[in-house]
Design a protein around this ligand. Structure first.
Ligand SMILES: [Zn+2]
Length: 312
């Protein structure tokens, strides 16, 4: 049995925006199927993601917005849904999925901080890194990684945490939440210009944005991380490392024009693990963000998990 906690909940499959929406329940199942094929499913420590509480969510979101999401469906017919932005559809089942997604990160943080696991991976959806303090956007409702990082600061008295986001889109929600909070180092690599068209000029000392052009390959991606992220992490000396793990920069993923492969995610994870070993006693919580081409998503996530399990 490895020392990796694996968090999941069946309720994460309930939120379903439309038959052809790329952010679909099959993403989660594809990852689990691939974990079984790779014979790692039985070697991670399984935990059910609990629901995040209103108080945990309100640390990073306006309470009025939290209640709007939590109460959605109460007065609606079951088939009703509405658009929160052109790509983000809330249904009466969405709150159940969204609170388990956010709750996974909170519980993962507790498990790692209490030494019950060395690292954790949360196979959950909806994703979170586009959700801003007072709103949903880009398939995201609650900012899962921000809720987890904030929990580490408030419940475990950490003074410095780092969030590294290698999704191909700028983690604008996470930046929105922590832009003026020097306790959080936030690094985001992203294709630019690309949705949400932010981040190119909003960096500060603890917000490390790395806009990269369409066509970025593994070599350029690795060089950017080496040049910008890792020195910043070394200087910051975080007590815990959070990963917004998005795999939509894969060559096969039509969501972007990056040309990354599973080996690049392996490399990035190895580097982040080394950073965590150096500064935070190996404490890592990684949460699924994007990644929409099911085969490359599943392959890349399994490669990422194997590194977190210290198999590579
Ligand atoms: Zn993305």
């Amino acid at each position: 049995m490895s020392n990796l906690a694996y968090l999941y909940h069946d309720d994460c499959l309930l939120h379903d925006m439309a038959q052809d929406h790329p952010e679909c329940p099959a993403r989660i199942s594809a990852i689990e199927d691939r974990m079984r094929m790779a014979h790692i499913f039985d070697f991670v420590r399984h935990y059910e993601a609990p629901p995040a509480t209103r108080r945990q969510l309100a640390r990073v979101h306006d309470l009025k917005y939290v209640d709007k999401i939590l109460n959605y469906g109460g007065s609606h017919e079951e088939f009703e849904h509405s658009y929160l932005d052109p790509d983000t559809i809330i249904t009466p089942q969405t709150p159940q999925s969204a609170i388990r997604s956010a709750g996974a990160g909170v519980y993962a943080t507790d498990l790692v901080m209490e030494g019950k696991a060395r690292a954790a991976f949360c196979n959950v959806r909806p994703p979170g890194h586009h959700a801003v303090r007072n709103g949903a956007m880009g398939f995201c409702f609650f900012n899962n990684i921000a809720v987890a990082a904030s929990h580490a600061i408030h419940e475990h008295s950490l003074r410095r945490v780092a969030i590294l986001d290698f999704d191909v889109h700028h983690g604008n929600g996470t930046e929105d939440i922590f832009h003026d909070d020097p306790r959080v180092l936030f690094g985001s690599t992203f294709q630019h210009p690309l949705y949400p068209f932010s981040g190119a000029d909003s960096s500060n000392e603890h917000i490390i944005n790395m806009p990269l052009p369409a066509g970025t390959n593994g070599e350029k991606f690795r060089a950017a991380l080496t040049e910008h992220w890792f020195p910043a992490v070394d200087k910051f000396k975080p007590e815990m490392l959070f990963i917004s793990a998005g795999f939509d920069g894969h060559y096969d993923d039509e969501m972007s024009s990056f040309r990354l492969h599973a080996e690049d995610y392996v490399w990035a994870t190895q580097q982040m693990l080394a950073m965590a070993d150096k500064h935070c006693n190996g404490r890592i919580v990684s949460m699924l963000e994007g990644g929409y081409e099911l085969h490359s998503l599943a392959r890349s996530v399994v490669a990422h998990i194997k590194i977190l399990m210290r198999l590579g």
